[in-house]
Design a binder for this molecule. Structure first.
Ligand SMILES: Nc1nc2c(ncn2[C@@H]2O[C@H](COP(=O)(O)OP(=O)(O)OP(=O)(O)O)[C@@H](O)[C@H]2O)c(=O)[nH]1
Ligand SMILES: [Mg+2]
Length: 454
């Protein structure tokens, strides 16, 4: 048994249900732990590093396993790492872990391997976050974005900007240290413009958080409208299976119903809602309608479905739409049931431009999906961006932009000390994104979201 302060950690890093389990051990005593729990003809050692060695777990006639030893610093964590592959299933994995703990390792906490990789300079913080994003990626775009972040695309961009701000800070500080005659300074006006240029970059970086949240978390799309317009039918068509109950009775959907789907590479978090109408005394439906309104408030997009087969109520349907849609929601009006005898030309105009579909036959569905995609990206984004920041990064960038604005003001009045202090604060905030400047509690908060074994 090693001393109490032993920091060699172990965890099962594969999920349940697979054919194999992998136990990972990291730390100063990784090799010793491995030697104590795995038996075989060839001893794992620094000479046999990175070779897969066949053996048995726990005793010479224990369960068969494969083991590999990877000495630091060229390992995931930067420390000595050992990995053991054994049969899948909770039992085999649990026993392997218990053997490692009995041999002196400590159970790893959430994300502790990656945290060590960060602390040992193997990854910056954006890359560490990229690891977790890759694991939880729910679409191809999210996976690609995570991979790029893991490769350092975002981290490099952030470091470049911070580096420039640090240079400006250095100039500001040397103005305080040397007198005017000593050196040839940048004119204050030009210096201010240089800060402004960095502020604009920082603000643009913060703005990529919208694309980031759409790619990572999906678009919150709510299907709303009057009862019987075909909302549940549209939900089912988008999902490709009969998820929601559809009947000809108005007021069929009582509660909001959520599902996720990927269309044209974009992940949508769809919500089907109870049809909105004023004249109902059914308490369940009233509650359902309340929920419909609540979900609309947090939606990125609202498809407002109108019934094209009842032109006599068309104008009233549009009026209802106008006073129900919350401010700021992106609205797509959509006439449904165009397979029924309707004269699309005769329908009243909507604001903004309406789509025409048949949830029953699928007519117009492709056009609607393309319209959704263009509303999501405002026609700007065609493929996965090289980087897009998370909300954590955006918050730091916005604070940094505020400090840079202060620095511009101080430069204008040639208050160099204050300008320097504002630039320093900006550099610090930006440094927290990659982890160049970061406190342990921020690390705790970030890595607590990781799984054990990562
Ligand atoms: N002909 C035709 N009928 C449709 C179409 N879409 C839906 N319907 C029918 O319209 C009726 C209502 O459809 P739902 O999907 O339940 O409508 P809803 O908007 O969810 O209704 P509530 O949940 O009551 O608010 C059903 O009888 C559907 O079969 C369509 O495109 N064409
Ligand atoms: Mg419905």
């Amino acid at each position: 048994m090693f001393e109490a302060e032993n920091q060699t950690i172990a965890a099962v890093c594969t999920g349940h249900g697979g054919a194999l389990s992998i136990l990972r051990i990291s730390g100063e005593h990784a090799l010793d732990v491995l030697k104590r729990i795995r038996f075989g003809r060839v001893e794992p050692s620094r000479e046999t590093a990175r070779q897969m060695l066949y053996g048995h777990l726990g005793s010479p006639d224990g369960e068969p396993c494969l083991a590999v030893f990877m000495p630091g610093p060229h390992s995931y964590t930067g420390e000595d790492v050992a990995e053991i592959q054994c049969h899948g299933g909770a039992f085999a994995a649990g026993r392997a872990l218990k053997l490692a703990l009995d041999a002196g390792a400590r159970q790893a906490g959430n994300g502790e391997f990656t945290r060590r990789a960060f602390l040992n300079g193997k990854l910056d913080l954006t890359q560490a976050e990229g690891v977790m994003e890759l694991i939880s990626a729910g679409s191809e775009q999210a996976g690609l974005l995570a991979e790029r972040q893991l490769n350092g695309c975002l981290g490099n961009r952030i470091r470049e900007t911070r580096g420039r701000i640090v240079e400006l800070l250095a100039e500001c500080e040397s103005r305080l240290d040397f007198s005017e005659e000593d050196l040839d300074w940048t004119e204050p006006e030009e210096f201010k413009q240089q800060i402004e240029a960095q502020r604009e970059i920082v603000e643009q970086l913060a703005e990529t958080s919208r694309a980031g949240s759409i790619i990572r978390d999906g678009v919150r799309l709510v299907i709303a409208g009057p009862p019987n317009a075909g909302k549940s039918s549209l939900m089912n068509r988008m999902l490709g299976y009969e998820r929601a109950i559809v009947t000809e009775i108005p007021g069929t959907t009582r509660d909001t119903l959520e599902e996720s789907v990927i269309l044209q590479g974009i992940r949508y978090r769809l919500t089907d809602t109870a049809g909105l109408r004023a004249e109902t005394s059914d308490p369940v439906e009233v509650l359902g309608i309340q929920r419909s309104r609540e979900t609309m408030r947090t939606a990125d997009l609202v498809v407002w479905l109108l019934d094209a087969s009842s032109p006599e109520t068309a104008q009233a349907q549009i009026e209802e739409m106008k006073h129900t849609i919350p401010d700021g929601a992106v609205l797509i009006p959509c006439w449904n049931k165009i397979d029924l005898k309707t004269n699309a030309e005769a329908l009243p105009a909507t604001m903004p431009k309406a789509e025409f579909i048949s949830a029953r036959t699928g007519d117009g569905f492709e056009t609607l999906t393309a319209r959704l995609a263009s509303e999501v990206w405002h026609g700007k984004l065609e493929s996965t961006p090289d980087y897009a920041v998370t909300e954590r990064h955006a918050a730091l960038l916005r604070q940094a932009a505020g400090h840079l604005a202060d620095a511009e003001h101080e430069t204008e009045i040639e208050a160099w000390e204050l300008a320097g202090s504002a630039l320093r604060s900006a550099a610090e905030q930006i440094g927290s994104i990659t982890g160049e400047t970061v406190t342990p509690d921020v690390l705790d908060e970030i890595f607590s979201r990781f799984c054990i074994g990562k």
